[in-house]
Design a protein around this ligand. Structure first.
Ligand SMILES: Cc1ncc(COP(=O)(O)O)c(C=O)c1O
Length: 385
């Protein structure tokens, strides 16, 4: 199978299909979108304009401007892990970092363990490279976090990588030191990589964020995927990065060079400015507080409407289970057509997602109150509460 055959075999995600349907209802309350409803910091916009005016408009280094790589390495390095600029690769958003990670480690017919329900790109990119996703289905009962024994039970001689996402889209699960440690231990036994997608890092509401980067000194086969899309509300600017072991440098650089040459130059300089000035820290602190308030509101409203959910500890999604054996896709289509509310069917996120819906709380309180009220109405009309 060639890459183009593999591309024929992957689908545009269910989410995309659903949004196409939703675009027929422009007046609908959209709780389906996976991006912040906030504006980026004004200092960031001003810095980007200034860097463009000052001439930072040309190609830059393949793996990103040196000062940004240094800044990111120093922020990531802790007492327990030494990460240098040579381990940091600046990318065109998190998606590009996921692609570069898989491009640099996967071989045809390898297996990639995907902890599911999961962001659909993990399985799709795995398939594009001719490898096979093996889904580890998790459930609401245990907060969508797998046990070490479950992780171990899927290991075969073909296991090449584990993908973990904390805070998780769509479940809101957050892995602490113990849970992340279990993934890394099992990967180590299997000689496999851990690809840890941490793009929602700033948005943890209960407990502490724990990065897989902290375990790199114990086990080097860890790749961390990061992005500024969600943290700085710049999904359209396309800036992310990855942290990877030095022995993958050459492959990663080749991939980055031949896929897009370099990340956008003025954007890197602007993001570096807000990291250094403290604007980043203050912005994400405020965004976290806002999302936390909305999270609390959403949990309360959903429970009032009779929806069962595991409280999202991070990211900005609630992932309740529909009562009964409701079909999530049919429910979301009716919700859209009859109540003009967009929520994403849980089955778009793979095994374990069936019977759930994803509701984004990166939306105003007003929309959340009205949207969830209409979800409740729909459930009552279907006789499900
Ligand atoms: C879990 C997760 N990883 C990666 C991405 C991709 O982020 P980016 O927009 O930076 O490519 C997303 C975007 O929705 C996401 O939810």
């Amino acid at each position: 199978m060639s890459v183009s055959d593999n591309l024929d075999a992957v689908e545009l995600t269910g989410i995309r299909r659903f949004f196409e349907a939703a675009s027929r209802f422009p007046d609908a309350i959209n709780l389906g979108i996976g991006e912040p409803d906030l504006d980026p910091p004004s200092e960031l916009i001003e810095a980007a304009a200034r860097h463009m005016r000052e001439g930072r408009n040309k190609y830059g280094p393949i793996a990103g401007v040196r000062e940004l790589r240094e800044e990111l390495a120093s922020r990531r390095s802790t007492a327990s892990s030494s990460i240098g600029p040579e381990n940091v690769f600046v990318t065109v958003g998190g998606e590009n970092a996921l692609f570069a990670s898989m491009a640099s480690v996967l071989r045809r017919d390898d297996e990639v363990v995907v902890i599911s329900p999961a962001f659909p790109s993990y399985a799709a990119i795995t398939r594009i490279f001719g490898a096979r996703p093996v889904f580890l289905r998790t459930g609401q009962e245990r907060g969508f976090v797998p046990s070490e024994a479950e992780l171990r039970s899927l290991v075969t001689r073909r296991t090449r990588a584990f993908v973990v996402n904390s805070p998780s889209n769509p479940t809101g699960a957050v892995y602490g030191r113990e849970e992340m440690g279990a993934v890394v231990r099992v990967a180590e036994e299997a000689g496999a990589y851990v690809i840890s997608d941490e793009v929602y890092e700033p948005f943890v509401y209960d407990g502490e964020f724990f990065s897989a980067a902290n375990l790199i000194d114990d086990y080097p086969r860890i790749i961390v995927v990061q992005s500024f899309s969600k943290s700085l509300s710049i999904t359209g600017w396309r800036l992310g990065y990855m942290i990877a072991p030095a022995d993958l440098t050459e492959r990663i650089q080749k991939f980055l060079l031949y896929s897009h040459a370099c990340p956008p130059t003025f954007v890197q300089h602007a993001v570096l400015d807000v990291l250094r000035s403290g604007v980043y820290a203050e912005y994400v602190r405020r965004a976290r507080e806002l999302y936390r308030k909305r999270r609390d509101l959403v949990v309360e409203l959903m429970r009032e409407e009779g929806l069962e959910l595991s409280v999202p500890k991070g990211a900005f999604y609630a992932f309740p289970r529909l009562p009964g054996k409701a079909d999530d896709e049919r429910f979301c289509v009716r919700l859209l057509e009859e109540k003009r509310v967009v929520a994403v069917p849980g089955s778009s996120y793979g095994p374990g997602g069936e019977g759930h819906i994803r509701v984004s709380f990166a939306a105003s309180e007003e929309k959340l109150v009205e949207g969830i009220r209409r979800i409740g109405q729909m459930l009552r009309e279907l006789g499900q509460t």
